[in-house]
Design a protein around this ligand. Structure first.
Ligand code: PMT
Length: 221
């Protein structure tokens, strides 16, 4: 490694699990640790790119030399991505984005009372950020999405690649405890619009990120 394959490129990476607030002290989120997205940011930076990392809250340290933008909700993430995408050559969406958000956010802590043995939460769909990005995308820009699947990895990955007009999709099986969310390792299948697929061995997220960055550099050629 150490080849400056992304020299001169501006790369936007998203990481972590978005938080959808219910009230001042509670939120809905998911198991994303941010490790996959941070590894991509680091690998892109090491490959010579100017990297901006848009991150939901994580316990990780931002790789040195990477510009960081902190967000919480899917709405924040959408705004940060849509604001910055025009000035970047590539977007890699490794963030685990909520598909639904509460219809209303309570101003005060939701209380339990003798009357409310059940609490019904009403959720609405979040904006699909990658679909909105596809509307802004210029011919020389590259978009890479992830697909977190618990079944039919390839078929669902291919659907997302097409629906979100991506140049590459990185599919991972999040039903497995040893890869996907949270751990230090992953195993992914890269899916390209021409139908070519390539499965990596199970290895560290850092090595997966390097493989992803090598492929990203190829997409600019
Ligand atoms: O953070 P780690 O613990 O290291 O875990 C890594 C990971 C499992 C979170 C990561 O590898 C991963 O799969 N990230 C994508 C998770 C996800 O939201 O997948 P999805 O299949 O629901 O969404 C497909 C793509 O659309 C993703 O690129 C997602 O960022 C994007 N999306 C999703 C919903 C939405 N409203 N807007 C989006 O742009």
């Amino acid at each position: 490694f150490g080849e400056q394959t992304l020299a001169g490129k501006h790369v936007l990476v998203t990481a972590g699990g978005t938080r959808e607030r219910l009230d001042p002290v509670r939120f809905l989120t998911n198991d994303s640790s941010g490790k996959m997205g941070y590894a991509v940011a680091e690998a892109a930076q090491q490959a010579g790119a100017a990297v901006t990392l848009i991150t939901a809250p994580t316990k990780l340290t931002v790789p040195s030399g990477v510009t960081v933008v902190a967000i919480q909700s899917t709405t924040d993430l959408a705004q940060a991505v849509l604001d910055r995408f025009p000035a970047n050559d590539a977007l890699v969406m490794a963030a685990a984005v909520a598909d639904f958000q509460p219809v209303t956010v309570a101003d005060q802590k939701i209380k339990k009372t003798p009357a409310n043995d059940e609490l019904i939460l009403k959720l609405k769909k979040t904006p699909d950020i990658l679909k909105e990005v596809a509307q802004l995308k210029r011919a020389n820009q590259v978009t890479v999405g992830f697909a977190a699947e618990t079944q039919n990895l390839l078929a669902n990955g291919e659907k997302k690649l097409r629906a979100k007009h991506l140049d590459m999709l990185v599919a991972n099986d999040v039903s497995r405890a040893d890869i996907g969310f949270n751990g230090d390792e992953n195993q992914v299948t890269f899916i390209l619009p021409n139908g070519v697929t390539d499965q990596t061995p199970k290895t560290s997220k850092k090595l997966i990120a390097r493989a992803l960055v090598d492929r990203l550099a190829q997409l600019f050629k």
